[in-house]
Design a protein around this ligand. Structure first.
Ligand code: UN1
Length: 511
């Protein structure tokens, strides 16, 4: 299966992790290797030669050369480049979706769905390429005109995480490309093959149509290059997706050099079920949110607040639903599987540590709580814990695993307070049929998250909205709405077409 998936994308048992532009992939000799493993078996899928310092410098030089051309290429023409990438991804959706399933461990429909997000943002970016609008302002001076325009920032560094090994790159790269920027990508060391395949698909499409190199790739065997990347003044914007711990470091380092960072960090997302909730919608919403991608989305539902009057019944129903999911844990590349493995053995350790902490704090493991140690791979059972308080340390932390903490509440105020009382602020939702409750939840005194939903779960956001969150989630916004602006610099222009030079604020300066 593994060999077939690689073959469908033209990948070999040994691959270069460095795209240098001009169709060249570096040998990477002497820079170490990466060994992405199949999370379902532990077997190494292929060997990836990491990038050297010299490779990195070559990329920067070529990216700068490419920028000199790309920044003055008309934006709609840049859109055409992204359109071709989107078309190429459509043709390779099945194969790339399978590789994402194989290397990351998410189930095949979710792998395909991730590629679909790339296609969707490509379409979005093509349209946006004709809409890089700035405002015009009325000058306070006669014979003057004011307006603002948006120019590309230059080189954009993209550091992506293992859980969305291709879509997060596309959200950033396709928008940055239509904005006139050149992208340099450092993917997660856990999922380099998905990145290599993506680069091959997109760069081939660009090369065939005679476009310059706008997308580069390097892989770091350690952290040295990644750190140099974050500190590199030649890269005005670093977009980082990953843990709050690393993101804080990235944000601080980029700020120190007065760079711009776009941070997409952890979530501790909650669903509130008020007493009027339609459980036909709520139960599947909760199960998908908590168990989908084996709990490894930044939008995964980690906390569930249930009105005390329905708490016990809801927990019973969820335990039954989890039992059905348990029957379909397995190889993520097979169409019948509902839940795949965690991406790494460290993920399993973190899961087990959280279960232990939850038990020690007085939590009741209603279902799950175990790793499937009778088989190969990083499989765990989806878990529901009751009896903990929102303020308990384990509930406050984001454990990247399928663990759901269920807690009762009496009033909506109390539920909203608990939902917001965590360090993170990414996604949130309420299931209710009560208009007042929904509006209170969405008001300025409601959810404090970047995403707040009604009658749908916390995960599975569409690309059309701005994606990101507040507090320790980092504050960045990617993807839709006006997220494109972060990839551009704003310039305010005042033009005097009169014969006089009146100074602003009425100042007279006679000499
Ligand atoms: C992530 O987990 O980093 O909203 C991104 C979602 C997906 C994206 C998640 N569209 O669940």
């Amino acid at each position: 299966m593994s060999a077939q998936i690689l073959k469908a994308l033209g990948l070999n048992a040994t691959e270069s992790g460095t795209y240098l532009g001009r169709g060249e992939w570096a040998t990477g000799a002497g820079a170490g290797t990466l060994s992405p493993a199949n999370p379902a078996t532990g077997e190494v899928i292929a060997t990836v030669n990491a990038s050297s310092k010299a490779d990195y410098e070559a990329i920067i030089k070529r990216a700068q050369e490419a920028f000199a051309v790309w920044r003055t290429t008309p934006a709609p023409r840049r859109g055409e480049a992204v359109r071709l990438c989107g078309e190429a991804l459509r043709r390779h959706k099945d194969a790339l979706g399978s590789l994402v399933a194989l290397e990351m461990g998410k189930i095949k429909p979710e792998g395909d769905g991730e590629v679909q997000e790339m296609i969707d943002i490509a379409d979005f970016a093509v349209g946006q390429s004709r809409m890089l609008y700035g405002n015009t302002m009325h000058s306070e001076r006669p014979g003057h005109r004011m307006y603002e325009q948006w120019h590309p920032v230059g080189l954009v560094g993209i550091v992506s995480a293992f859980n969305f090994p291709v879509a997060v790159w596309a959200w950033n790269a396709f928008l940055a490309a239509i904005c006139g920027d050149i992208c340099i990508w450092k993917p997660s060391p856990k999922t380099p093959l998905s990145a290599i395949a993506t680069m091959k698909i997109c760069n081939e499409a660009l090369k065939d149509a005679g476009f310059p190199d706008i997308f580069f790739l390097f892989n770091d065997a350690g952290t040295e290059l990644a750190e140099a990347f974050v500190d590199d003044k030649r890269i005005p914007l670093i977009s980082f997706t990953g843990s709050t711990k690393v993101g804080r470091m990235v944000g601080e380092r980029v700020a120190r050099r007065m760079g711009r960072s776009l941070l997409e960090l952890g979530g501790n997302n909650a669903i509130i079920l008020d007493k009027s909730a339609d459980l036909k919608l709520a139960i599947p919403g909760i199960v998908f949110g908590a168990v989908g991608t084996a709990g490894q989305r930044c939008t995964t539902t980690r906390r569930l607040f249930v009105h005390a009057s329905i708490h016990d019944a809801v927990v019973d129903t969820l335990v039954k639903a989890y039992g059905q999911v348990e029957q379909k844990i397995g190889d993520p590349t097979l169409g019948t599987t509902l839940m795949g493995p965690l991406n790494s053995p460290e993920g399993v350790q973190a899961y087990l540590a959280a279960v232990e902490k939850a038990t020690a704090a007085g939590g009741d493991i209603r279902t799950g709580g175990k790793a499937l140690s009778d088989r190969k791979g990083n499989f765990v059972l989806p878990t529901i814990v009751t009896g903990l308080k929102n303020s308990d340390e384990v509930v406050q932390a984001e454990t990247f695993a399928p663990i759901l903490y269920v807690m009762p509440f009496d009033s909506l105020d109390e539920a909203i307070d608990m939902q917001n009382a965590v360090p993170q602020g990414l996604s949130s939702s309420i299931f209710t049929q009560d208009l007042k409750a929904a509006e209170q939840y969405l008001s300025a005194a409601g959810s404090d998250c970047g995403i707040a939903n009604v009658n749908i779960g916390t995960s599975g956001a569409e690309i059309g909205g701005a994606f990101g969150g507040e507090k320790e989630t980092g504050g960045g916004r990617e993807s839709g709405s006006d997220a494109w602006k972060v990839y551009m610099r704003r310039q305010t222009n005042t033009i005097n077409y009169s014969d006089a030079l009146p100074l602003a604020q009425g100042i007279k300066f006679d000499f």
